[in-house]
Design a protein around this ligand. Structure first.
Ligand SMILES: Cc1ncc(COP(=O)(O)O)c(C=O)c1O
Length: 411
């Protein structure tokens, strides 16, 4: 018996048939035939639905769940998600177009992100969605457009809080930030907003991403609610939306464990009571990207060649960094670690070995698995990278080296 694979746990694709990974009732080999080529991304509707159900069970029922489509903007997937969640959050006019092609009511679509171009603000104004204002200058620009069009834009103020989401993979609040308006400046901004042709709807307090610690998320949620209540005293209209951020992470690397939802739900329930007394019209929004979709997707590529160099095994595949930058370790990792990876048509395998999975690019950065315990693979075998449903294709440099783009399937 070989050692068990040492990689992060992945909840959804654990079944096999004839040692071949199953997605629903289909093996990866069958899916590869259907797609007609490798590499490809595949996302599972069943896994997406299961994830939303787990969240709904854990969180208070009054909490609105939004999908931040930045994590995976594939239009078919966004359409599917739009039937499961309460709203969509976008970060560009391109993402806005994808959101507007779904049935999500426009009052449940919001647009965040620094440096929104005039065309983007115009698109948001015309669509009637909420703009999360990232600065006072942005507020003034949007107000001028509102005045010129005779239509009042719906706006929330994105607040840069004076606290951080501790232990986050990415911190986006606290200290000096390009995101949002520093909390201490928000009262004077709200006083100005009251004189402008804008409809104030609430606050957006987004402090970080990729967090696996329930206690850190609980603390940030609590502080966000307190901050929302405090700032509401300066608001020109009742707070109707209090977006308390998201940041729920998924395990990617060896030693990481899944986020515990139950304590987050329990504490949020307690914190919602004082909130509903202070801000009776406010609906609380949680904005999640990778937690909703990250574990519901795989990246699949094919071994072109098995090469031995000075005793080390390299599986050279038709996929790599250009399709899946994050799995190669070049999307924000300081020390490169392996995503969960298997030989998808030989999950257990008769023989195992330590091998590295690389791509066809002429750079040593093109590495999908570094010296992992894998089934012994040959040319033609399929490699699957788990945790690939978020920040995969759309976060990768597909033009780099001129290889064809991957396929993408929602099944
Ligand atoms: C404002 C905002 N919301 C949501 C997200 C999605 O984060 P995640 O996919 O980690 O949930 C991001 C990511 O950077 C963001 O900036």
């Amino acid at each position: 018996m070989s050692a068990p694979p040492r990689h992060a746990p992945h909840p959804y694709f654990i079944d096999t048939r004839a040692d071949c990974l199953l997605i629903g009732t289909q093996t990866i080999t069958e899916i590869a035939h259907e797609v007609g080529r490798t590499p490809f991304y595949v996302y599972s509707r069943a896994a997406l639905g299961a994830r939303v159900s787990e969240l709904r069970q854990a969180l208070p029922s009054s909490v609105h769940l939004h999908y931040a489509i930045t994590a995976n903007p594939m239009p078919e997937l966004v359409r599917h998600m739009s039937g499961l969640v309460d709203g969509l959050d976008v970060a560009s006019a391109g993402e806005l177009r994808v959101a507007l092609a779904t049935d999500v009511p426009r009052e449940h679509v919001s647009f965040a992100g620094p440096g929104k171009r005039d065309e983007e603000l115009q698109a948001a104004l015309a669509a009637g969605i909420a703009v999360n204002l990232e600065s006072e200058q942005e507020m003034e620009r949007l107000a001028r457009m509102s005045a010129a069009s005779g239509r009042r834009a719906r706006v929330a103020v994105r607040v840069n809080p004076d606290f951080q989401l501790k232990s986050s993979g990415m911190k986006m609040g606290g200290g000096a930030q390009q995101f949002g308006v520093d909390a201490e400046r928000v009262p004077q901004m709200l006083a100005r907003l009251a004189d402008l042709p804008l409809d104030f709807v609430g606050f957006h307090i987004y402090s970080g991403s990729q967090n696996l610690r329930a206690d850190a998320i609980i603390e940030a949620q609590h502080k966000s609610i307190e901050l929302g209540i405090a700032l509401a005293r300066h608001a020109p209209a009742p707070v109707r939306t209090l977006n308390i951020g998201g940041g729920f992470g998924i395990p990617y690397f060896p030693g990481e464990t899944p986020l515990e939802l139950a304590p987050i739900g329990a504490r949020l329930r307690e914190h919602l009571e004082p909130l509903s007394r202070a801000l009776p019209q406010a609906r609380v929004v949680i904005e999640l990207g990778r937690y909703l979709v990250g574990e519901a997707g795989l990246y699949v590529c094919r071994v072109i060649e098995r090469k031995i160099s000075r005793g080390r095994v390299f599986l050279i595949t038709d996929g790599g960094l250009h399709h899946h930058l994050a799995a190669s370790g070049n999307f924000g990792q300081v020390l490169r670690k392996n995503y969960p990876v298997v030989v998808a048509n030989k999950v257990r395998g008769a023989e195992r070995e330590i091998a590295s999975v690389v791509g066809p690019l002429c750079t040593p950065l093109d590495l999908l698995a570094d010296q992992m315990d894998l089934a012994k693979a040959q040319a033609g075998d399929l490699i699957a990278v788990f945790q690939s449903g978020a920040y995969g294709l759309s976060a990768s440099p597909t033009a780099f080296l001129g290889h064809p783009p991957p396929g993408e399937r929602l099944i």
